[in-house]
Design a protein around this ligand. Structure first.
Ligand code: AHN
Ligand code: ZN
Length: 293
């Protein structure tokens, strides 16, 4: 059973470091915490560091963090979320608020918090292999997702998702394959709405159906809305395009409502937005999907 209080505490713990902006001390400390946590849960941990080029030509120190369970198995599933924070609250109306980094409670920490709890649950089964999932699980925390061009700069292609772009071109093991991937992004807000995101349905329709059907069967249909949603440029797009692993995005995005959750890329993406029931709906669905393989 997925423990939502535990996932909530993992979200809080990340937020407590302060904004995990690439280059900041909070980013380094939180990265160390994520490596230590995956290790403590019994995952085999791999780190991937590189310099990546940002929208303005500057170079960023990027750190992807991977935790693998049952690394010996060839059948694998990829679970991912980004762990960095956006350096600007550029969706704020007032210019004096726009340069403040986000806390990233929902946009970042929520997905990672859920995956840490999934890792803890799998790790608790390690002593008894009959209780482990029959498929290998790779949890990937992507860095530098949220350094995309700010609203005041000229828009440029492919400036978001720098960590996943790097990973998809240079997987943590040569020839790495997974049957499919599931990306989590903004998965912790009250009244979250997860529609069948456009690129997910385009590249991995059977995976979307598998996940949405499982959510409905568990009683989470209020969150997992079984209709086509808009297209979001997110880490899963680069995994699909560059690595060929079919990958979906569970993301709180609704065109009708005006896009992402209301506090997206503002100073108010903090713990007040996080609802443990949403974490539960997503985390329990993920566990059920993994254990059905
Ligand atoms: C765009 O705004 C083009 N993509 C949003 C991806 C994102 C930002 N996910 C979290 N923060
Ligand atoms: Zn963001």
């Amino acid at each position: 059973m997925f423990q939502e209080d535990s996932a909530y505490a993992y979200v809080q713990r990340q937020v407590d470091f302060g904004p995990r902006v690439p280059g900041a001390a909070a980013h380094r400390a939180c990265g160390d915490y994520l490596v230590a946590s995956l290790g403590r849960f019994g995952a085999q941990v791999t780190e991937q560091t590189a310099q990546v080029r940002a929208f303005d030509g500057s170079m960023l120190d990027m750190r992807n963090i991977i935790g693998s369970f049952r690394p010996d198995l060839s059948r694998r599933v990829l679970l991912a979320a980004h762990w960095d924070c956006r350096p600007w609250s550029d969706q704020e109306t007032l210019p004096e608020h726009q340069r403040v980094p986000v806390d990233g409670a929902n946009d970042g920490a929520s997905g990672v918090g859920i995956l840490l709890e999934v890792a803890r649950q799998i790790g608790a089964c390690l002593p008894d292999s009959s209780r482990l999932p029959a498929i290998g699980v790779d949890i990937v925390f992507f860095d530098t997702e949220d350094y995309g061009t700010p609203v005041w700069a000229a828009e440029k292609e492919d400036t978001w998702c720098l960590g996943s772009q790097y990973w998809a071109r240079h997987p943590h093991h040569a020839g790495y394959r997974a049957e499919y991937g599931i990306l989590l992004d903004m998965v912790g807000a009250k009244n979250a709405c997860f529609m069948r995101e456009y690129f997910s349905d385009h590249y991995a329709q059977t995976v979307v159906s598998k996940v949405w059907n499982r959510a409905a069967a568990l009683g989470y249909g209020a969150w997992f809305v079984n209709t086509r949603g808009g297209a979001v440029t997110d880490d899963h797009l680069y995994v699909n395009r560059l690595s060929g692993i079919p990958c979906i995005d569970i993301i709180d995005f609704d065109d009708q409502r005006g896009g992402f959750f209301a506090q997206w890329h503002t100073r108010h993406d903090n713990m007040d937005q996080i609802d443990a029931r949403t974490l539960k709906a997503v985390g329990q669905t993920l566990l059920a999907v993994i254990y059905s393989e």
